[in-house]
Design a protein. Structure first.
Length: 509
């Protein structure tokens, strides 16, 4: 009975119990306890892989007798290959089909002419579609893993770029602290001197004192803000005592790097921010040359105009090819930081290979404009950092391609070899010696003819248009068991009526 009980309204007594029924799927036993639910579906239906393998095996067996079944065989094999999982059930299904074919051939030797079709069905309609489905499944897994890896690389690269930009913003904030702090300190100093002027009215002296106090407070607040912006773990950048490019290139030359400095235009009224940015560009570029192309001839070309400063640092190939190392990609923190510094000044920054070497170009305006949007950092090539799952997926896809080419060929070769040996052995037992055939003549009794015949008939029946009389039965015997003999496939035909030999002759395919 179901796990719910109905109470009749107006029965004169209240219901003995009130229960809320949330499910009626369980069945109650006679004592009121719930019986354990059982899945009545057979395992063959609950497991799609087993169902597909079974359907493939059945369709392959039917394809031997009717080639129209090869289409369902190929479809079910492809669907079975598309399902991820172990290949053991498919291998068992293939072995079952082969065992069934060998058993059928041993029980019914007359089916030997269908053995070639059986091999073709197993290889072309079962194995190749299954491998195609398996490769399709692994290819989709590889594509999905590739997209996931690309998204991960993009997120990681964006984090690295954001980290580099934050560091550079901290350095820029320190520069702002130095410049504004210096200017505010000068303002405070001037206001203090103005306060002490003897010829200044008292209310002007109070105003000067207020200006001095406000300037000093601004310096303190600026220091607090810069302290918050500065990273706790990052070291404060050390600015050189002499930010001049001449000293920078001289130090590089003394270190062994051949550097030539060319300056066009006057830099007397160059804003400090522009000067520091140009200094940082040259410094980072020379550092990269010394690191990745040591000994390469380098040119630093600085052009000052009325509106902007252009810095070009270009190096040629290193003197020895064995010392060349990988150039820093867009993922390098130094170049990202330089790009952010130049971008915030309203300028442009680019770098890349040029004429066998490398070039860094920065254009910095003297009067900064709103910075352009920051370009999205492109992820660098990190084939060596691929996750283990992605590498396994690539290896599985490669192994599947190799197996798809080799396994069907090896299987076809083995089955064909076994079939050839079987046919040769069967043909040897059905060869009628020409001398024995010469002793036969029309009118002989079957028992007399039987003394000259081999153990069994040949399994091949060459077609013939000669009409057979009613009650006439014919037997076929091979002329030779040598497959390379010209008579291979030809047969002797002996026809009997009422156990009497009525005709004999040869037939050819």
């Amino acid at each position: 009975m179901r796990g719910a009980r109905n109470e009749t309204f107006g029965s004169g007594r209240p219901p003995s119990e009130v229960r809320t029924v949330t499910s009626v799927d369980s069945t109650l036993t006679d004592n009121g306890t719930a019986a354990t639910p059982r899945n009545t579906l057979p395992r063959l239906v609950r497991d799609p892989a087993t169902l597909l393998n079974t359907a493939t095996a059945v369709a392959a067996g039917l394809s031997v007798t009717d080639l129209r079944w090869t289409v369902p065989t190929a479809v079910t094999a492809f669907l079975a290959g598309r399902r991820p999982g172990r290949t053991a059930p498919t291998a068992l299904a293939l072995l079952a089909v082969l065992a069934a074919g060998v058993t059928a051939l041993a029980v019914v030797p007359a089916w030997l002419p269908l053995a070639g079709r059986f091999v073709a069905v197993v290889v072309a309609a079962m194995m190749l579609p299954w491998f195609a489905g398996r490769f399709w499944c692994q290819y989709r897994q590889l594509v999905r893993a590739g997209w996931e890896r690309a998204g991960q690389l993009q997120r990681e690269q964006q984090l690295i770029a954001d980290q580099a930009r934050l560091r550079e913003r901290t350095r820029i904030a320190q520069d702002m602290h130095d410049v504004l702090g210096h200017d505010l300190s000068l303002i405070a100093l001037s206001a203090g001197a103005l306060k002490l002027a003897p010829d200044l009215a008292e209310h002007h002296q109070r105003a000067a004192a207020d200006i001095r106090a406000r300037a000093a407070g601004a310096v303190e607040r600026l220091g607090e803000v810069i302290g918050v912006l500065r990273e706790e773990t990052g070291a404060t950048p050390v600015e050189p005592d002499d930010p001049g490019l001449t000293r920078l290139t001289s130090e590089a030359s003394e270190a062994g790097l051949p550097v030539e400095l060319c300056v066009d235009g006057e830099a007397d009224d160059l804003p400090p921010v522009v000067a520091r940015a140009a200094h940082r560009v040259v410094q980072e570029a020379l550092t990269n040359v010394a690191k990745h192309a040591p000994g390469a001839r380098t040119t630093v070309h600085v052009t000052h105009t009325a509106t902007r400063t252009e810095v070009v640092v270009e190096n040629g190939p290193p003197p020895s090819a064995d010392r060349v190392r990988t150039r820093p990609g867009i993922g390098g923190l130094g170049l990202i930081g330089l790009g952010e510094r130049v971008r915030l000044t309203g300028g442009s920054f680019r770098h890349g290979p040029r004429d066998g070497g490398y070039a860094v170009v920065a254009r910095i305006p003297h009067h900064p404009s709103p910075p352009p949007p920051s370009p999205l950092a492109l992820p660098a090539s990190r084939d060596d950092a691929l996750p283990q799952e992605h590498r396994r997926a690539r290896r599985r896809a490669g192994r599947t391609l190799i197996a798809a080419a080799m396994v069907p060929l090896v299987t076809a070769a083995l089955l064909s070899g076994v079939l050839m040996v079987w046919e040769t052995r069967s043909a040897a037992q059905s060869v009628l010696d020409p001398r024995d055939y010469a002793r036969l003549h029309v009118g002989q009794d079957r028992s007399e003819v039987r003394r000259f015949l081999p153990e069994q008939q040949t399994d091949y029946r060459p077609p013939t248009d000669e009409p057979m009389g009613e009650g006439t039965t014919c037997e076929y015997y091979a002329m030779t068991a040598d497959r390379f003999d010209d008579r291979s496939g030809d047969a002797y035909r002996l026809c009997f009526r009422e156990d009497t030999l009525v005709s004999l002759g040869t037939v050819a395919p």
